[in-house]
Design a protein around this ligand. Sequence first.
Ligand code: SF4
Ligand code: SF4
Length: 117
Amino acid sequence: MPKMLPTIVRNLFGGPATRLYPVEVRKPFERTRGHIVFDDEKCTLCGGCARRCPAAAIEIDKEKKELIFYPGRCIICEVCAENCPRGAITVKEEWRKPFYEVPVEVHHPKGKKEKAS
Ligand code: SF4
Ligand code: SF4
């Protein structure tokens, strides 16, 4: 008992060891790879991100002019963001909320290709 006493006192008067998630959300660490977002105004549907993605999380439908993103496959490796020639992909620090159904994002990019001079 004497050995346990300090622990008991510490637990009685100390604060909680955990947060009341989701009411209290921890601020993400700097450079946390939380999730990626696409900027449809910048994207030109070049397909570079889809070709490089190791998780096949991005598909390009040239006919429909769509970029399809599967967040559930994404491992947030950042390869797409580092290689996008238009800077159309950004890595956000906040974690994506858990999902109950397989999410699919369909984007309709509007970025214009620069004309070769
Ligand atoms: S997000 Fe970037 S790399 Fe991917 S298709 Fe659009 S412009 Fe190309
Ligand atoms: S962060 Fe990595 S896994 Fe996710 S879409 Fe980009 S390249 Fe694919």
